[in-house]
Ligand binder design. Structure first.
Ligand SMILES: [Zn+2]
Length: 417
């Protein structure tokens, strides 16, 4: 009687994989063990390949993974040649790099807004570089044969959400910018509410506001765009107004569009923003009502906007009104603008104007004691109280999106509900 003895050296997979031997018998078990080992080795190589690939991609196309590398970076404040020269590259290298970049990038269009990153080996040899312009990274890398080639890839941007809330001390601009709200966001915030709130004349100390906005940021922390996602303004004069961004538009908390037939005022916050940034003291905008219209006290030269789409009926001198513009709108409305210093280009009778478009500039022509805009509105030739006209929403969130909208809005700005 013989007993077949199966011997082999103890292997790595003996304890981990006893199963196949029992299932298929010892001989097959050994083959299965070797097959499993080969499979695992292949998997390990594949995994390493993946990790290497993602690292190489992160470093830039064409980059070899030889660490450590040294990186030199900055903004394009002089010519590319001067930058490469100051980083120790030879003029031959600079020529090769420039030629590789120029295939996809106009080097003359580089500005101090654009950034560069140059990567050297530890020995100090140039490996690759890229210039980040707008939302693209333009690469130039040295190939193994010593020549240079170029490529382009999009910058991966990520969204950062910012949230500010506060109370008005003097003006929207001062209170928000003191908190660190980006200038562009303050103007966008005013735009979102431009059909319901006049931030020039209706802001009162103690009014409360809240703004949530999204910034798209590059890996080097450069902000490429910002968007207001939600805003709240709760004022003594204005009442409580909330707005939410959804699928390309802004809506109130009921889902009605923030847009309306009339802007809240003929002097637009964004249009006069240059005054805020250029002068140390903000001009004071006030309204008085000495007649059936509204007088807006404003510095001479302040841009005047059409409050709604319409057609210019008259643009010229009209007695005590001085330089004067009359616009006819839909629904029987007519608006007039007096004491102007000058007209905007191409403003004349018959010209179509857009809501918010500049039609003229504040002045003191005609019978006027100081620079102001005389603004009046008539419906079917009868004067109406502009400030009492109800905001009429032109459209709203589609019924099928209402639930999503409300859920998103509540999440963005719970305090509005
Ligand atoms: Zn007046």
């Amino acid at each position: 009687m013989s007993r077949r003895i199966y011997t082999r050296r103890p292997g790595l997979f003996d304890r981990r994989y006893p199963g196949p031997a029992r299932l298929f018998g010892r001989v097959y078990g050994r083959q299965i063990r070797w097959a499993a080992a080969a499979l695992m080795a292949a998997a390990a190589v594949f995994l390493l390949f993946l990790v290497y690939g993602s690292l190489a991609r992160r470093l830039g196309s064409g980059a070899a993974l030889e660490s450590p590398l040294t990186v030199s970076s900055g903004t394009i404040t002089s010519s590319l040649d001067a930058i490469l020269n100051s980083r120790g590259l030879s003029s031959a290298e600079a020529v090769g790099i420039s030629a590789a970049l120029r295939k996809n990038l106009n080097l003359r269009r580089l500005t101090p807004e654009d950034e560069y990153f140059i990567v050297f080996s530890t020995a100090g040899a140039f490996k690759y570089m890229y210039i980040q312009k707008d939302l693209k990274q333009h690469f130039a890398f040295r190939k193994t044969d010593g020549s240079f080639s170029g490529s382009v890839k999009p910058v991966e941007v990520s969204a950062v959400i910012s949230r500010f809330s506060g109370a008005i001390a003097s003006s929207l601009w001062e209170s928000m910018s003191a908190q660190g709200v980006a200038a562009a966001v303050i103007l966008d915030f005013a735009d979102v509410f431009s059909w319901s709130v006049d931030f020039l004349t209706e802001v009162r100390a103690g009014d409360k506001y809240e703004v949530v906005y999204e910034s798209m940021v590059t890996p080097s922390e450069k902000v490429v765009s910002r968007r207001v996602l939600a805003g709240l303004y709760d004022g003594g004069e204005t009442g409580r107004e909330a707005a939410f961004y959804f699928k390309g538009g802004y809506y109130d908390k009921k889902g009605d569009s923030m847009r309306s037939f009339f802007l809240r005022a003929p002097l637009q916050y964004r249009r006069i923003s240059s005054y805020f940034s250029r002068s140390r003291r903000h001009p004071i905008f006030k309204i008085v009502r000495p007649h059936l219209g509204i007088d807006y006290a404003a510095p001479s030269g302040t841009p005047v906007s059409a409050v709604a789409d319409g057609t210019v009926r008259f643009a010229g001198w009209k007695g005590g009104f001085g330089r004067y513009v009359e616009i006819r709108h839909a629904n029987g409305y007519t608006t007039t603008y007096g004491h102007l210093s000058r007209y905007a280009r191409r403003i004349r009778a018959g010209k179509r104007v857009k809501q918010g478009g500049i039609i003229a500039y504040v002045g003191s022509t005609g019978l006027s004691t100081g620079p102001h805009l005389d603004f009046r509105i008539r419906k079917n030739n009868r004067f109406v109280n502009f400030l009492k006209i109800k905001r009429r929403s032109s459209s709203g969130v589609a019924a099928r999106h209402k639930k999503d909208f409300l859920a998103a809005a509540r999440k963005l700005l719970p305090s509005a509900f």
